[in-house]
Design a protein around this ligand. Structure first.
Ligand SMILES: Nc1nc2c(ncn2[C@@H]2O[C@H](COP(=O)(O)OP(=O)(O)OP(=O)(O)O)[C@@H](O)[C@H]2O)c(=O)[nH]1
Ligand SMILES: [Mg+2]
Length: 224
């Protein structure tokens, strides 16, 4: 099974070099950093560490993930954040259900795993819990979290016709896969506080409100 890792990154110069190096130490064939218009050294440091870098000037988490995915031709795509909040060493566990051919989409659950102190603010914990319950109710799922650390078969992703190019991207992937009756499996993953640099989503009021709005909107949109 050929695996490519896509890392969306916006101004992650303090994290990206070591993150790429640790990811390349895993059984993967490529690490693609989707540089979302960074104004720091993210692209150069990513390349220096051995990543393939694609540039996506349109701002948005989904735009970055989509650009990275478009540049990959592996059987399986893994997404992980560029701020070191996910552990590359947990990749084998994330990939196991795909290798065993019992999943098409594997979601890393931080609720089932370990959340480091200070890594997830209470409002995000509550919002994730509530939305996961709503998603389960509407789509017949049994998920516990809405995390970004995930692995998907590339043909499935390509068939989804992804449209949410900002905060709604991970949610759209999950609910459309559920609609397709794809096999969705959760595995426990760790969640760490971002190692360096500034928060753009959960650590800011604007980011939190926008993320909640998009995540809920997408959860409802594809339900009926
Ligand atoms: N918000 C945002 N993040 C982007 C974008 N493009 C890429 N990213 C990356 O998406 C990942 C998630 O963003 P974070 O700022 O870590 O959001 P968060 O995890 O909610 O917040 P903290 O971990 O508390 O900083 C990081 O790797 C960002 O660098 C973008 O356009 N907007
Ligand atoms: Mg983060």
């Amino acid at each position: 099974m050929d695996v490519a890792v896509v890392i969306p990154a916006l101004n992650e110069a303090g994290n990206i070099g070591a993150l790429v190096a640790q990811t390349l130490a895993q059984p993967v064939s490529a690490v693609i950093v989707a540089d979302n218009g960074s104004t720091d050294d993210t692209a150069r440091l990513a390349r220096q560490a051995g990543a393939q870098v694609v540039h996506e000037p349109r701002r948005g988490y989904g735009f970055a993930c989509a650009a990275g995915a478009a540049a990959a031709n592996a059987d399986v795509l893994v997404f992980l954040d560029g701020d070191f909040s996910c552990r590359p060493a947990e990749l084998p566990a994330l990939l196991a259900p795909l290798r065993q051919n019992r999943a098409d989409l594997v979601l890393g659950s931080r609720v089932l795993g370990q959340i480091a102190p200070g890594a997830m603010p209470p409002h995000q914990r509550f919002g994730n819990w509530l939305t996961a319950r709503l998603m389960n109710r509407l789509y017949g799922l049994t998920v516990t979290d809405l995390g970004p650390y995930r692995a998907i078969r590339r043909p499935l992703l390509q068939s989804l016709g992804m449209r949410e190019m900002t905060f709604g991207w991970p949610t759209e992937m999950t609910v459309k896969s559920a609609r397709r009756r794809a096999r969705i499996v959760e595995v426990p993953v760790s969640w760490l506080p971002r190692r360096a640099g500034r928060s753009k989503i959960s650590g800011t009021a604007k980011g939190t409100v926008l993320a909640a709005y998009y995540i809920l909107g997408v959860t409802l949109r594809y339900a009926f």
